[in-house]
Design a binder for this molecule. Structure first.
Ligand code: IPD
Ligand code: CA
Length: 290
């Protein structure tokens, strides 16, 4: 099973099955709870879909590990090891889901030795299934994907999000970054409300770039390999190598477009996804972790 195709096929089949739970609830009134901010939402369906996915995978692959958005929210560790690991966002675009804005996705990535072997993004309402396997290309509903190849940032459509952070520094950084992008200039800035689906637009060539700060590994791990396998590039917003735990990403049609975006966007401090939450990040001596 060295190419992990059986895991990919299984992941696709359970993503489709779990989407039925998302679609059944999509038009209904939801009970909403807040997590880290007033814009970081969770519903019973997020939690249920994650349970469905993890229990199905565990029954088939009992030794595999998991990083799931709602499991981490419930206190599970968010640590990527060399073991085969499924990185799961049961609903990417929970704000969309709550409001019935029709872009919500199940996002599943699979890593071995910390390298992503495949990614699956199922945009449930659109019935669009994106997937990519390392070295084997990226596909949308079985059709091969190709990023635009655009090299000139002034001819780009750039997708981004304000994100869920609502403190002053995050908000001012994200809004001023949109101004900086528009001043490059770019042809347009777009936002669909789900990092996974946003990033897949770069893989289709419908958008030329995506950048975001503050999202989590489960939002982007699957779509990163989909962009790469479609011929695009992913990097950190500081121009360094992509790191799914850093909470910063640029995905682009070409290295030159990614570099142009890296030169103008600014970051605000975010705790890494894999950072020990008991560790102090404020830099002030003697202050315990936040
Ligand atoms: C969010 C979405 C959103 C992005 C946020 C994410 P969630 O994920 O991907 O587009 O801007 O940063 O947290 O909470 O809907 O899974
Ligand atoms: Ca989610």
């Amino acid at each position: 099973m060295s190419d992990w195709t059986d895991c990919l096929d299984f992941g696709i089949s359970i993503a489709k099955q779990a989407s039925e739970t998302v679609l059944e609830a999509f038009l209904l009134q939801k009970e909403v709870q807040l997590k880290s901010s007033p814009a970081d939402l969770v519903t019973e369906t997020d939690q249920r879909v994650e349970r469905i996915l993890i229990s199905a995978i565990r029954a088939r692959f009992p030794l595999h590990r998991f990083i799931g958005e709602e499991s981490v929210a419930a206190g599970e560790p968010c640590v990527l090891t060399d073991e085969p690991t499924w990185i799961i966002d049961p609903i990417d675009g929970t704000v969309n889901f709550v409001h019935r804005f029709p872009f919500v996705a199940i996002s599943i990535a699979f890593t071995v030795n910390k390298q992503t072997e495949f990614g699956i993004v199922y945009s449930c309402v659109e019935d669009k299934l994106f997937h990519a396997q390392r070295g084997r290309g990226a596909f949308l509903n079985g059709e091969k994907l190709q990023a635009s190849g655009q090299e000139d940032v002034s001819k780009c459509v750039v997708v981004t999000e304000i994100g869920a952070e609502r403190d002053d520094l995050a908000l001012s950084t994200m809004t001023s970054n949109i101004l900086r992008l528009l001043q490059l200039p770019v042809h347009g800035v777009r936002a669909l409300g789900t990092a996974a689906v946003d990033m897949c637009q770069v893989a289709t060539g419908g958008a030329d770039a995506y950048y975001h700060i503050g999202m989590h590994c489960w939002d982007i791990a699957a779509s990163a390999i989909i962009v790469q396998e479609a011929g695009g590039v992913v990097m950190d917003t500081d121009g360094s190598d992509f790191d799914m735990m850093s909470r910063r990403v640029i995905a682009a049609s070409s290295t030159s477009v990614a570099n142009s975006i890296a030169q103008v966007v600014q970051a605000f401090p975010c705790r890494r996804d894999d950072e020990d939450p008991t560790r102090c990040v404020c830099g002030a001596a003697g202050v315990k972790g936040v």
